[in-house]
Ligand binder design. Structure first.
Ligand code: 3HB
Length: 325
């Protein structure tokens, strides 16, 4: 951390400034994430920025770099580890490739709704999972949720999991998410978001795992006829910070960071929870057939997931046990 300079992370020692803080430092942090400014995670980042400034009387500033401006999530995590970027909202899907216990979040049908997942983020297993980032020089701070995952299909009206057999579906390159689909007999393509539209349009894939936010912002209703609002998995971003930077802050400032993030996470979930009906309607108004699938139909696939992933990591088992009770 550089003192005084515009940081990633610049901290200005202004102990004599009389601003009433414990050590009076001024920070100019950088935060990176992959989503566009219209996405809930960016809005949450803006809320985080606003709260940091308000709670620190302007001492803690944040510059936000959305839309993968600083590279892929792999690049971003490297930058956070090295300290050239301070904060990141990184998908739990990518984070699980660096720290496998994050796969626990992809236990299918583990949460009644988004609020239940939001509450589970404060559970002991969820906190222990965040702490696994420690050994990489990163402090895992919190989780933020966009909507839950749904299934979009180009031209097949999939009514039960078995109907997915033989379909080629875009699923984020995260082993637990891909395994869930593969267990139904589908094959998976780990395409990044920007490649999905043309892949489904040209028939390279038959459908995709997605969330309603991204379905709307990317206009997938133009290329996929059917939308099953399964809400089968949550979609957390992991809020993380360079460990040395965070540990270099006073306890009081660390508390400001944590409380500002919690306010941003609350804002995201409250806003997003109230939008499901609106999003369903928007997709339907744009010609997509929106429907539900009974979660009970997925029971064997849920059991298969738990049986496969629980034993891979005691933390995953602990998390699954805590959410399935
Ligand atoms: C994705 O499906 O890859 C994705 C979706 C989001 C945000 C980021 C990535 O809503």
């Amino acid at each position: 951390m550089i003192l005084l300079a515009s940081c990633s992370s610049g901290a200005k020692d202004s102990a004599s400034s009389g601003d009433g803080s414990a050590d009076g430092k001024t920070y100019k942090f950088k935060l990176t994430h992959i989503t566009p400014p219209s996405h809930m995670w960016h809005k949450a980042a803006e809320k985080f920025k606003e709260e940091l400034s308000k709670r620190s009387d302007g001492r803690i500033e944040l510059e936000i770099y959305p839309s993968s401006q600083l590279g892929s999530e792999a690049d971003m995590m490297q930058q956070i580890e090295a300290g050239s970027v301070d904060f990141g909202f990184i998908t739990a899907a990518y984070t699980s490739s660096r720290s496998p216990s994050f796969a626990a979040w992809f236990a299918p049908y583990a949460f009644e709704d988004l609020e239940a997942a939001h509450k589970a983020r404060q559970s002991e297993p969820a906190k222990k999972i965040l702490a696994t980032l420690d050994e990489q020089g990163i402090t895992g701070l919190d989780y933020l949720f966009a909507g839950q995952r749904v299934m979009l299909f180009k031209d097949k009206h999939v009514k039960k999991p078995e109907d997915m057999k033989g379909l080629k579906l875009r699923v984020t390159p995260s082993p637990p998410m891909q395994d869930f689909y593969k267990s139904t007999g589908a094959s998976t393509e780990g395409l990044p978001l920007p490649e999905v539209y043309s892949a489904v349009q040209t028939g390279v894939i038959d459908g995709m795992d997605m969330d309603l936010d991204a379905a709307i912002t990317n206009k997938y209703f133009e290329v996929a006829k059917y939308g099953a609002v399964t809400n089968h998995m949550v979609w957390p971003a992991v809020a993380m910070v360079n460990k040395k930077t965070f540990e270099g802050m006073s306890e009081e400032d660390q508390k400001i960071v944590r409380e500002s993030l919690a306010a941003a996470a609350d804002y995201a979930v409250e806003t997003r929870s109230g939008q499901e009906e609106e999003f369903r309607k928007e997709l339907a108004d744009n010609g997509m057939e929106i429907y539900d699938m009974d979660p009970k139909l997925f029971k064997p696939y849920i059991e298969e997931f738990d049986k496969k992933y629980g034993p891979t990591d005691p933390l995953i088992q602990e998390f699954i046990d805590s959410v399935r009770k």
